[in-house]
Design a protein around this ligand. Structure first.
Ligand code: PGA
Length: 252
């Protein structure tokens, strides 16, 4: 069985003090939430404090990005080794905001995924189509390109260590979420690609999270879909009450 993952992507929000306060409040929630894994992704400046506060608890800490080199002249970048040093266990890679704001390519996503795996981090690899791509009927083509190029050269053993997040760009921060059926269809397509590229048991085992305007009032419908193994949540992960409700999503 695939253990669900509820992950909060805080983007460019929260100071160190706000991060520590949040983690302290969510630790007892995570302690009672055996049904899922709980991850928070603070900004770089708060990772170390988040990991300290989360130490020994069921809250895992993810970074929102990394560089592929172990070190070097890359102003403004962070290496996977530095993320491990700060106490991270996961790293979000290829988020659509990085693809669109920073021109991140599938090739760069691929190098980052390999660097994260080499450092012992769990990559949370984001894929998803824009509204224009969906309206032109190109959703599957885009997902296939992001999946095959982003994960090129991984062995089945590597693949079994990653988490995928399907985040349709038109649903991120817009309040417009994909219906559970639309999301499940995309997840099924991605799982099919996983089967073809990596094998049956790897495809059955990989967690595919949905992201894009997930809220306490719509997570139940999404999680009721067999294909949906969790959520990567932006806006609704920023408040303790709302994140607690997401972690404790309605279960049948
Ligand atoms: P949102 O963001 O929940 O605010 O739509 C999701 C994400 O970008 O991961």
């Amino acid at each position: 069985m695939r253990k669900p993952v509820i992950a909060g992507n805080w983007k460019m929000y929260k100071t160190v003090a706000e991060t520590v306060d949040f983690v302290e409040k969510i630790k007892p929630v995570a302690a009672q939430a055996d049904h899922c894994e709980v991850i928070v992704a603070p900004p770089f400046t708060a990772l170390d404090a988040a990991a300290d506060a989360a130490d020994g608890s069921r809250v895992a800490v993810a970074a929102q990005n990394c560089h592929w080199d172990t070190e070097g002249a890359h102003t403004g970048e962070i290496s996977t080794g530095m993320l491990c040093d700060a106490g991270c266990t996961h790293v979000i890679i290829g988020h659509s905001e990085r693809r669109h704001d920073c021109g991140e390519t599938d090739e760069q996503v691929n190098k980052k995924v390999k660097a994260a795996l080499a450092a012992g981090l769990t990559p949370i690899v984001c894929v998803g189509e824009t509204l224009a791509e969906r309206e032109k009927g190109k959703t599957e083509q885009v997902l296939e390109r992001q999946f095959t190029e982003g994960l090129a050269g991984l062995t089945p053993a590597d693949f079994s260590r990653i988490i995928i997040a399907y985040e349709p760009v038109w649903a991120i921060g817009t309040g417009r979420t994909a219906t559970p059926e639309m999301a499940a269809e995309a997840h099924g397509f991605l799982r099919g690609l996983a089967r073809r590229q990596f094998g049956e048991s790897e495809a059955d085992g990989v967690r595919i999270l949905y992201g894009g305007s997930v809220k306490p009032d719509n997570i139940g419908g999404l999680m009721a879909q067999e294909e949906i193994d969790g959520a990567l949540v932006g806006g609704a992960s920023l408040k303790v009450d709302s994140f607690r409700a997401l972690v404790n999503y309605p279960r049948g």
